[in-house]
Ligand binder design. Structure first.
Ligand code: NDP
Length: 480
């Protein structure tokens, strides 16, 4: 597979490629282009040309309503290619076909949502001194750079690229080297749907090469990054050097708080799904379980039974989980688990591996730890695997202290029937989204999503994302 720049496949200028590995077997089944600074430069130039110097280019000159229609056509094309896209993604990333299909639906829905929003994005008129008319207009940043990770490539493509295009930006996307195939195919589908050359460009390659070049490029006007805290910091530093705005979505260590009056029948399946979905490789995974002490043993008993029945195996079998995405992630999770056991932490339950799971594949069974000290790395660090850590709390104050007691702040779930407590806790939690008596793993397309502290800043999804992909300009007209 080559880059996709200016609606055409482009060979990498350095002539090099990177093998694409199947996480189920660890074997290569294709290759992608290894992008360089020169390739990024070519993609940024194509994006800039599509906008035109005065927003009069083939993309810059398209009206908001017509942009919306193009996004809608793309959404329909995605749905028409759902099977192909889901199979490609499952093979490339190891995610189960069921999760891959859900990702395709979410991608189509993001573009549908932003298609409808494109011509509803407007400024205001402001009261000012007599003799003036003052208006604000929302303009696109220009060329936007999108660094997309491997865990939900299509969903993250949908929520960042969909919003950026709806607002009139031209995009350069650098997908993760372990999950580039779907983005490349989406570039082709966008061209077929009628997006003019340069509106959407895909450059593949290593983060430290193509990704870093995109962040440092002087003609990129906005950066959107989803990934690790450490890389997010590097991206923000590169952006700060040239005063480029950036949105960072950096994952979390999200708590689920279960009070003694919770509806356990409703809570248990949601708690399990929130950590098992995509084999735990979810930024908003509910990875810490905080349970009121009087209910702690009951909850654990029910979870143990369910965890022991969870099966990891080949994506095509439609099991609870596929393999982890790559050797690096597999080793990272393995190291954290080994350290936890060396430190004497108690494993309450462990899931199973399917007999057809190849020994060379990156399979990690689900693990439930109990009584984990709140300051232990297992309760503090993002694991990004199917590992749930449980701990008891004594009262509301203790629960909130534990919930807020990590460097992260992305999402939280609260399970209680007490309405006043629901609101008290929701206001006391330091994070970007709170779910009461449910857990949305990132929430819906319409719901603003993002973090505080080490989980990042800026908001994706909903109208907030659209605002983030615009610059507000104030025009003051003196007419007297
Ligand atoms: P990274 O943050 O390194 O990768 C995320 C994206 O950034 C990828 O597209 C990557 O490209 C790119 N990238 C890497 N280095 C640079 C750079 N210097 N400049 C610009 N872009 C760069 O995450 P990892 O894949 O290494 O995963 C490590 C951990 O990060 C996980 O265990 C998890 O905790 C967290 N993570 C969080 C995600 C989230 O949804 N918030 C998503 C993925 C990971 P490439 O992969 O080609 O190097």
């Amino acid at each position: 597979m080559q880059h996709f720049i200016g609606n055409a496949r482009q060979h990498p200028s350095g002539g090099q490629h990177i093998p694409v590995l199947d996480p189920s077997t660890g074997e290569a089944f294709g290759q992608i282009a290894r992008g360089s600074a020169a390739d990024i430069d070519q993609a940024v130039a194509a994006a800039r040309a599509s906008l035109g110097e005065r927003y009069d280019g083939p993309w810059g000159g398209v009206s908001a309503a017509a942009r919306g229609r193009l996004l809608q056509r793309f959404s329909v094309a995605v749905t028409a290619h759902a099977d192909e896209l889901a199979q490609l993604e499952a093979r490339d990333t190891g995610k189960s076909l069921k999760t891959a299909r859900a990702d395709v639906s979410a991608l189509a829905r993001y573009f549908e949502f932003y298609a409808g929003a494109a011509d509803k994005l407007h400024g205001q008129t402001l009261p000012y001194e007599p003799g003036y008319l003052v208006a604000t207009v929302r303009e696109p940043h220009g060329v936007t750079g999108h660094i997309i990770p491997w865990n939900y490539p299509m969903q993250i493509f949908g929520r960042t690229v969909g919003a950026a295009l709806a607002a009139g930006n031209a995009c350069v996307v650098k997908p993760a080297e372990d999950a580039s195939l779907s983005s490349l195919r989406l570039g082709e589908l966008a061209a077929e749907a009628g997006f003019p050359a340069g509106a959407l460009n895909i450059v593949t390659g290593y983060g430290a090469e193509a990704g870093a070049s995109l962040c440092e490029h002087p003609d990129v006007d906005h950066l959107s990054f989803t990934g690790s805290t450490a890389t997010g910091q590097r991206v923000a530093e590169a952006a700060a050097r040239r005063h480029c705005p950036v949105t960072l979505e950096l994952g979390g260590k999200s708590p689920q708080l279960v009070f003694a009056d919770a509806d356990l029948d409703a809570a248990i399946p949601v708690i399990i799904n929130a950590i098992v979905q995509n084999a735990g490789q979810t930024c908003s995974a509910g990875s810490r379980l905080l349970v009121e002490r009087s209910l702690y043993e009951t909850v654990l008993e029910r979870l143990v039974e369910r965890f022991q029945a969870l099966v990891a195996g080949p994506p095509a079998l439609g099991l609870d989980m596929g393999p982890l995405v790559n050797r690096k992630q597999f080793d990272h999770v393995g190291r954290l688990l080994a350290q936890a056991q060396a430190d004497g932490l108690r494993v309450a339950a462990r899931g199973q591996l399917h007999p057809q799971a190849a020994s060379a594949g990156f399979y990690q069974p689900a693990v439930l730890f109990r009584d984990v000290p709140s300051q232990h790395p297992l309760a503090q660090q993002e694991i990004f695997g199917p590992v749930l850590v449980a701990m008891p709390f004594d009262d509301e104050t203790h629960a909130v202290r534990l919930a807020n007691g990590t460097a992260y702040g992305l999402v939280a779930g609260v399970w209680t029937r007490d309405g006043a407590r629901q609101l008290r806790i929701a206001r006391a939690l330091r994070c970007g989204q709170v779910f009461i008596n449910n857990y949305g793993a990132g929430g819906g397309v319409e719901l603003p999503f993002g973090g505080v502290r080490s989980s990042g800043y800026g908001r994706e999804k909903g109208f907030e994302a659209l605002y983030g992909f615009t610059v507000l300009k104030t025009i003051a007209i003196r007419h007297q």
